[in-house]
Structures are given as structure tokens and as C-alpha cells.
Design a protein around this ligand. Structure first.
Ligand SMILES: C[S@@+](CC[C@H](N)C(=O)[O-])C[C@H]1O[C@@H](n2cnc3c(N)ncnc32)[C@H](O)[C@@H]1O
Length: 289
């Protein structure tokens, strides 16, 4: 007699299978893909451990597991990723927003809610799926205009689709860095999670990232700072007095370099702060005024 595929048995099998194929989070991946097929919450999988799967459910799940075994990001397979308080559509051509970047959103919101922060709009440079711009806009309501820029037309399409789905009026402007946003400035805050991975590190990245996510979103050049260098140069003329410059980057060394550039450019209080235990961090600085 063949053994029935219950939720528990399927999760145990998928865990082992995805582990063998190099997933760093095989159990979580399997659970997320199964909740997607069964339209359940993760908690329900545990409540319904002994539920047998129908043939069509099994077929659909095995298709998704095979995609994951080829290192396709789970968020691309699901077509969505939760970020801060919003859900964003994602897929090939756009970076999957990372939880670390929520710290940049929180830092920006804390600044923008200070009673003495300057009036005026916010800009997110290199918005990808719209993550930072839309999370800030969703949290602020109508309090301030938010605009976003993006060099990749594919990513800009995702950001626009996400803005529409969330009912947020955030223009997504295609072009280089702050250029297309200039008519909307000067800004109370310039925010960015730019590409900051060193080119020599790119070949060794996890294949889920290296082989699927856009290199325009990842590769920051020899020191990982090509985009950041140009953004630091461009920001002073685009900021209001007292405005915030806040960016994510990949290491303390990068952070110290960028903080030094900002200080040389006339910013005050430029400082790096680590995000959690990993190397990722933020640099924040204020334009004088
Ligand atoms: C690390 S991703 C961040 C995406 C999104 N902000 C997030 O946090 O999920 C960097 C983004 O910057 C965009 N980008 C790269 N160079 C750019 C440039 N010169 N001007 C505007 N956007 C750029 C990439 O296409 C990518 O979407």
C-alpha cells in the first residue's frame, strides 16, 4: 500500500530535498510554498499536520518545489513579499526587498516625525519594487509627498504596480539617481538602498541571488560604492536645510568611507550604525540648517 502524502510527510520530504539542493532555509521555504498552494496560514499547516493532500495539490506543490530547487527566490515563486507594513508584488527584474531595509524606513520615519524636521517631500533613489518609498508613504499618509526614482524600467513597472495596488500616490520616475526627481525637490529626506556589493564578491553570492536577482540592483563596482559616491555628490543641492540623508550599505568599512565623504561634502553628524548582527548598516547625516 502506498503511504498517503500528509502535510507533515510532505514538509519533512521537502525539507530534506531543498536542503540537498542548497537552500539556506529549506523548512521555511517548504512551508511558504505549501501555504501558497493550500491557501492556508503557516500556523494552519501545524494544526492540520495529518491532512492528506489531493492529487492536484501535490502536483502544484511539486512544481513549486522544483522551481525552488533551481534556486528561484521564494518571493518570485509566490509573486509577493511582505515589507514593513505592506505587501509588494515582486518577480524577475526586481530585487526582493530585504528585512534589513525596514531599519532604513524606521530611521526615516523617526526623523520625519520629529517636530523640527523640515517640511517637504521625501525621495527614494533606486526604489526597486517601491519598498522604501511605499512603506514611508503608507506610514505617513498624506503628511508629505513621496517620490521614487529607478534606472531599471522593469523595476519601475513593479513599483508603479505596487503603488497602484496600495492606493498610494507615489510617482515613480525613471532615470539616473536624483536627476528625474529634481523638479519635485528640494527634499526633507533623501533615502536609498543602492547597489553596494563589491564586484569581486558577486560570483560567490548564493545562486538564489546571483542567478535570479538583477545585477543592476546588486553590483556596486570595485568597492561597492560607485552609486553611493555619485549620490553623495548629488545630494547637497537637493536637500532642504536640516534635511536627512540616509542610506543602507554593506559593511562598517563602507559606512566609514561614506560618512567621511559626507562630512567632506559639508554634512553634519554623519555616522554609520550597524543593523543587527550582520555586516549591513545605515549611514545617516544631516544637511546643515
Ligand atoms: C539594492 S536595490 C534596492 C531596491 C529597493 N530600494 C529595495 O530596498 O528593495 C538598488 C536599486 O537601485 C536601482 N539603481 C541602480 N543604479 C541606479 C541609478 N544610477 N539610478 C537609479 N536607480 C538605480 C536598481 O535598479 C535597484 O532597483
Amino acid at each position: 500500500m502506498t503511504e498517503t502524502w500528509t502535510i507533515k510527510r510532505l514538509l519533512d520530504w521537502s525539507h530534506t530535498f531543498l536542503e540537498r539542493y542548497g537552500s539556506e532555509s529549506p523548512r521555511l521555504d517548504a512551508e511558504l510554498l505549501l501555504t501558497h498552494v493550500l491557501q492556508l496560514r503557516r500556523m494552519d499547516l501545524y494544526v492540520q499536520f495529518d491532512r492528506p493532500l489531493q492529487v492536484d495539490e501535490l502536483t502544484a506543490f511539486k512544481g513549486l518545489i522544483k522551481r525552488r530547487a533551481r534556486h528561484e527566490p521564494v518571493a518570485y515563486i509566490l509573486g509577493t513579499k511582505g515589507f514593513h507594513a505592506i505587501d509588494l508584488a515582486v518577480g524577475p527584474g526586481v530585487l526582493v526587498p530585504r528585512p534589513e531595509t525596514e531599519h532604513l524606513v524606521d530611521a526615516a520615519l523617526a526623523f520625519l516625525r520629529e517636530p523640527d524636521s523640515p517640511e517637504g517631500p521625501v525621495v527614494d533613489v533606486g526604489t526597486g519594487s517601491g519598498a522604501i518609498a511605499l512603506a514611508v508613504a503608507a506610514a505617513l499618509g498624506d503628511a508629505r509627498p513621496v517620490v521614487a526614482t529607478e534606472r531599471s524600467p522593469d523595476a519601475a513597472q513593479y513599483a508603479r504596480k505596487n503603488a497602484d495596488a496600495l492606493g498610494l500616490n507615489v510617482p515613480v520616475l525613471e532615470g539616473d539617481l536624483l536627476g528625474p526627481a529634481t523638479p519635485h525637490g528640494p527634499f526633507a529626506a533623501v533615502l536609498s538602498n543602492p547597489p553596494y556589493i563589491r564586484s569581486d564578491v558577486m560570483p560567490g553570492l548564493d545562486p538564489t541571488v546571483r542567478d535570479h536577482e538583477p545585477h543592476l540592483a546588486l553590483d556596486g563596482g570595485a568597492a561597492g560604492l560607485d552609486v553611493l559616491r555619485r549620490l553623495v555628490d548629488a545630494a547637497p543641492t537637493q536637500l532642504k536645510p536640516g534635511g536627512l540623508f540616509a542610506v543602507e550599505l554593506g559593511s562598517r568599512a563602507q559606512g566609514d568611507t561614506v560618512a567621511g565623504w559626507l562630512t567632506s561634502a559639508g554634512f553634519r553628524d554623519a555616522a554609520y550604525s550597524a543593523i543587527g548582527p550582520g555586516p549591513t548598516g545605515l549611514v545617516q547625516a544631516r544637511w546643515p540648517g
